[in-house]
Design a protein around this ligand. Structure first.
Ligand code: 6CS
Ligand code: FE
Length: 306
C-alpha cells in the first residue's frame, strides 16, 4: 500500500463517521476570493458541500451535447465497450465514461472558463480531469444509484489520497421530482463515513450497474440525514451542480416518461494525484480513474475548433 490510509473503509465491522481531515475550500488566504465565486457562495459550499446554478447554460447550448449522447447510444461498437455501462434491468445505456476523450465538444466544456474558474478557486490551484461520464436514465426504466460518497470509492478503489476534488454536473435534460434527480445530504461532506464489506476484484463491473460495497449503513445514513436533511436540486437543461467529492448522494429510478441525462466532470487537484488503491485491489481502468493525462487544464478560449 502507498502512504498511510487516513480514510479506512470497506472493513468487516461498521464504524462511526469521523470528521473530514481536509479543508472544504482549498484556496488559502487572499486566494479564497481570487475567482468568480463570492463569499456568500463560498460559505454555502463550505456549509452544504454543493452549489446549484439553475439555468447556468442556455438550453440551446446543451442540445448538441444531448444529440451527441443519443448518437453514441446508437453506436453498437461503443455500447459494447467497457466504458459504456448498461442498465441492469433494461440493458439500455446507463453511463458513458471518458466523454471528454471521445468528443472535442465535451473536452472544450471541461475547460469552460466559468466552470474552471470556480473549480480552481475551490480546489486552490490547477486541476485535471479525474473522471468524466454521462449518466442517462431512460423514461420508465432508468435504475437509480445507491447512497454513496464518491471520495469513498475513489480513495479505496483508485488511491485518491485526500478530499481535494469536485464534480461539476451539468443537466442535459430537465431534472424534476419525477425523473430521478440527484439527491444530496447537505453537510455530509464534513464527515468520512466508513463503509463495511470487502471490495471484490473487478468490483466496478457490478458497482457501476448497481452498487453494493461503498454504501453507508442505514444507521450512519440516518444520522447524516437527521442532521442535514435531503435536497434534490431541480431545473432545466443547462443547470449546473458543483458538489464536493465527499458529499453523500443517491438517486431514484426514473418512473416518468422523460429521460434524465446528467453529465459529470470530476476535477482533481494536480497536487492530489492517484496512488495505489488504498483498499488493496488492482487499479481500475483509466476511463474510470485517469492516471495518464494529468496535466493542468487550460481554459477553452473559443478559438479552438470544435
Ligand atoms: O465508481 C465510480 O467511480 C463512480 N460510481 C458512482 C456511483 N459515482 C461516482 C463514480 O462515477
Ligand atoms: Fe456518485
Amino acid at each position: 500500500m502507498s502512504s498511510e490510509d487516513l480514510f479506512p473503509t470497506r472493513m468487516e465491522q461498521d464504524r462511526k463517521p469521523f470528521p473530514r481531515l481536509d479543508p472544504v475550500i482549498h484556496a488559502r488566504n487572499q486566494d479564497r476570493w481570487n475567482g468568480p465565486l463570492g463569499e456568500e457562495s463560498l460559505s454555502r459550499y463550505e456549509r452544504d458541500g454543493f452549489l446549484w446554478f439553475e439555468g447556468f447554460f442556455s438550453q440551446e447550448r446543451m442540445r448538441p451535447f444531448f444529440d451527441e449522447l443519443n448518437e453514441m447510444a446508437k453506436d453498437t461498437e461503443l455500447v459494447k465497450s467497457d466504458q459504456v455501462i448498461t442498465d441492469p434491468d433494461s440493458g439500455d445505456l446507463r453511463s458513458v465514461f471518458d466523454m471528454h476523450r471521445i468528443s472535442k465538444r465535451f473536452d472544450a466544456l471541461t475547460r469552460d472558463p466559468r466552470i474552471l474558474g470556480m473549480v480552481r478557486q475551490l480546489l486552490g490551484g490547477d486541476v485535471y480531469i479525474h473522471q468524466s461520464r454521462i449518466n442517462d436514465k431512460f423514461g420508465f426504466q432508468g435504475s437509480g444509484f445507491q447512497w454513496h460518497s464518491d471520495f469513498e470509492t475513489w480513495h479505496s478503489e483508485d488511491g485518491m489520497p485526500r478530499m481535494r476534488a469536485v464534480s461539476a454536473s451539468i443537466m442535459l435534460t430537465d431534472n424534476n421530482e419525477f425523473n430521478g434527480p440527484l439527491m444530496l445530504i447537505p453537510g455530509s461532506h464534513h464527515y468520512f463515513v466508513p463503509c463495511h464489506g470487502k471490495t471484490p476484484e473487478d468490483n466496478w463491473k457490478d458497482s457501476l450497474k448497481s452498487q453494493r460495497v461503498g454504501v453507508p449503513s442505514q444507521e450512519n445514513l440516518r444520522t447524516m440525514v437527521n442532521q442535514g436533511g435531503i435536497q434534490a436540486p431541480k431545473g432545466p437543461p443547462g443547470s449546473l451542480l458543483l458538489f464536493e467529492c465527499n458529499t453523500l448522494h443517491a438517486s431514484n429510478k426514473n418512473l416518468s416518461p422523460w429521460p434524465r441525462a446528467n453529465l459529470f466532470f470530476v476535477y482533481n487537484s494536480v497536487d492530489n494525484g492517484l496512488e495505489k488503491p488504498y483498499g488493496g485491489t488492482d487499479a481500475r481502468p483509466g476511463f474510470l480513474a485517469n492516471r495518464d493525462d494529468t496535466a493542468a487544464l487550460s481554459m477553452y478560449d473559443n478559438l479552438e475548433p470544435l
